[in-house]
Design a protein around this ligand. Structure first.
Ligand code: ASP
Length: 587
């Protein structure tokens, strides 16, 4: 027997018992005639103690153990004289009688502590050592519990977990596909799924009216801190349901896992239309932990001789509470430089300070009277001591820039507590997005999303301009400014699906080649259906109050999409290429 207890289990109740533990040497220190070893496993750390006076040979043996050696120790549990209240096993220690080395270890390349001294790539290369560190270990364990709770909850609600294939067909919609050459079909390729979308819809046609899957998805996109080329979704689909029934089920799931995993009772999720989100926050994933919503000053500010505003489509403001005393001219200049950075791209920023004594100070004070500035402040709901920050220009661009500035002020004023959670459904997205560069529509969600029932007629009969105003029955769950899940009611009849492909610029043959199987299925009794997919990695990260998903993935890729532990991707040999029909033949 290697152990009869784990390193996280022993308490005062066990004092006097004989125990066997196995684990890794976290620390080894001498103190007077005593040697202490912190023994670590997945469950915790237990202190081992060796006494030179009692057993000098054993004590010497202990002193020689290096960090990360794997050992087995047996002995008697006893009460510690010097207790450690920060450790669950901190009341006891093991007076060791026998010690075996199970496995030696080289000196690890970085410290395996709460905060490591290892750089990112080094820790990724030795991921097995990094995962021994508490912060990483806890995230991996959290993820496992979360997956379990999701399965349990959905299974109780009669969802079936059904697997869908990983080798599927490449389609040009959405992100770039990862492709896999087929040896048996030379010159032909599979694609790895960006999501199981069409398969889950086919499962609805098959009659499995509630499906879910915790599933890997693959997207060959440029990477950012919170993106991985392979990531995991909780993918779900339901038949014979309205939008609100779907939202209710997944609001229930979200509340359940927050409550059971992090003991947070989420409030009911409000719904906000896409239009309102853009108008008030300049973003379709607003962070509603703080207010500072936009006010439109266009009517009040245009036409008074200030050319910048006069030439702008919109003049928009946020009101930052209590900022007018805090921000000096120098701070304002720095903030102006911040909005001018290429990442934000504003040409400038106008401010209005409503001072505590009732006076006004503004960078455009020459052009506007105090009375006019007061009107702006009133429109923006300001009080004395508040400050308006104003951007102007083309509507969509200005909204986006002011959205960035709003988030920056939220960060500066510490209004974004990672452990306070504000969920929100954003609903009624546009169905199509016009891309002026390539002169075609893109599906805002994906091509299988249904228009809102009241817009179906417009979609079938309307002209090109009308198409820009179609609303989709699509929704996103946003928590603290992060998109946690997204989904929609789907099209379930062939004619409407064909029309949608046509609007998206597919020829009849292209639509048939790529999605004929789905449209064909719709001809054999397709139930009305809809669904949603949660970004599982991100959901875990948000619950744990962090923005990086990497440590919730046991073996993540780096920013270049590389797995530095196994060194992938890597070249393959000529023989393999030849077999796959991928050898460049000399001309
Ligand atoms: N398949 C979609 C996605 O990956 C989610 C859905 O519509 O259910 O975003």
């Amino acid at each position: 027997m290697y152990r009869n207890f784990t390193c996280g289990a022993l308490r005062m109740d066990h004092v006097g018992q004989e125990v066997v533990l196995s684990g890794w040497v976290q620390a080894n220190r001498e103190f007077g005639g005593l040697t202490f070893i912190d023994l670590r496993d997945r469950y915790g750390i237990t202190q081992l103690v060796f006494n030179m006076d009692d057993d000098p040979k054993l004590c010497k043996h202990a002193q020689e153990l290096g960090r990360e050696y794997v050992i087995q120790a047996s002995g008697i549990v006893r009460e510690r004289s010097n207790k450690n209240p920060n450790r669950s096993t901190g009341d006891i220690e093991i007076e060791v009688q026998n010690l075996h080395i199970l496995s030696a270890s080289k000196v690890p390349p970085f410290t395996i502590e709460q905060d490591s001294d290892g750089g990112d790539d080094l820790r990724m290369k030795y991921r097995y050592l990094d995962m021994r560190r508490k912060p990483v270990k806890e995230k991996i364990m959290f993820r496992s519990r979360a997956a379990f709770e999701v399965r349990q909850y959905l299974t109780k609600q009669k969802f079936l977990e059904i697997e869908t294939p990983c080798l599927i067909k490449s389609t040009p919609e959405g992100a770039r596909d990862f492709v896999v050459p087929s040896r048996m079909n030379p010159g032909q390729f599979y694609a790895l799924p960006q999501s199981p979308q069409t398969f889950k819809q086919i499962l609805m046609v098959a009659g499995f009216d509630r499906y879910f899957q915790i599933v890997k998805c693959f997207r060959d996109e440029d990477l950012r801190a919170d993106r991985q080329p392979e990531f995991t979704q909780i993918d779900c689909e339901m038949s014979f349901v309205t939008r609100d029934e779907i939202l209710d089920v997944f609001e229930g799931l979200t509340k359940h896992i927050f409550s059971i995993l992090i003991d947070v009772d989420l409030p009911d999720f409000p719904k906000m239309s896409y239009d309102d989100a853009m108008r008030l926050y300049g973003s379709d994933k607003p962070d509603t932990r703080f207010d500072m919503t936009f006010s439109d000053l266009s009517d009040a500010a245009k036409g008074h001789g200030f050319a910048v505003f006069d030439q702008s489509e919109v003049v928009l403001a946020i009101c930052v509470p209590k900022l007018s005393d805090q921000y000096s001219n120098k701070d304002i200049n720095k903030l102006t430089d911040w909005v001018k950075r290429p990442q934000v791209g504003a040409k400038g920023m106008v401010y209005v300070k409503w001072n505590g004594d009732g006076s006004f100070k503004s960078s455009v004070g020459k052009f506007y009277s105090d009375e006019q500035l007061r009107t702006w402040c009133e429109i923006a709901g300001a009080s004395p001591r508040d400050m308006l920050l104003i951007l102007s220009g083309e509507k969509d661009i200005t909204r986006k820039q002011l959205g960035e500035l709003r988030l920056e002020m939220g960060r500066r004023l510490d209004l974004m507590d990672p452990h306070s959670f504000r969920p929100l459904w954003v609903v009624d997205f546009p169905l199509l997005e016009w891309d002026p560069e390539v002169e075609r529509f893109h599906a805002m969600h994906h091509p299988f999303t249904a228009p809102k029932t009241e817009d179906i007629d417009k979609m079938l009969k309307g002209d090109h301009e009308t198409m820009k105003s179609l609303r989709a029955d699509a929704y996103d769950l946003v928590i603290n400014g992060a998109e946690i899940s997204g989904g929609s009611i789907r099209i379930h009849n062939r004619a409407l699906q064909e029309k949608n492909f046509k609007l998206l610029g597919f020829s009849e043959t292209e639509a048939e080649d790529q999605f004929g199987f789905l449209m064909g299925a719709f001809e054999y009794g397709a139930p009305p259906h809809g669904g949603i997919a949660f970004g599982f990695d991100r959901l875990c990260a948000v619950m744990m109050g962090t923005s990086s998903i990497r440590d919730f993935i046991a073996f993540p890729k780096n920013n270049m999409g590389r797995d530095v532990m196994i060194d992938a991707p890597s070249p393959v040999d000529a023989h393999q290429l030849d077999e796959l029909g991928l050898m460049m033949k000399p001309q």
